[in-house]
Write a new protein. Structure first.
Length: 99
């Protein structure tokens, strides 16, 4: 006797873009976190040096994507990352900015 079971429930098609957006945002945040650590900065120092609230920086590392170009430039400068390099991350994870 054989039974067929679904291992995973099917997702409603409207959920897929949101899951993709969240996943790409999280990956972008992991890149930011790695760059910050590579620069030898604590999360508190990075936020302070970039002129951001600690909660803002933490949210970005957790997957919220910044919408202000000036904020991204300040983050790049703080971590001593070339802005063009950071912009390439944004292209790779562009689905994070789609609503």
């Amino acid at each position: 006797m054989s039974t067929t079971r679904k291992m995973f429930a099917s997702l409603h098609p409207t959920y897929v873009p949101e899951i993709r957006r969240q996943s790409m945002g999280r990956l972008f945040g992991l890149c930011i976190q790695a760059a910050r650590k590579n620069a030898g900065l604590s999360i508190e120092d990075a936020a302070r040096l970039s002129g951001m609230a600690l909660s803002e920086w933490m949210a970005i590392e957790e997957g919220a994507v910044p919408t202000e170009l000036n904020q991204l430039r300040a983050m790049a400068e703080t971590m001593q990352v070339n802005f063009d390099h950071m912009a390439s991350w944004m292209l790779v994870f562009r689905d994070a900015w789609e609503l």
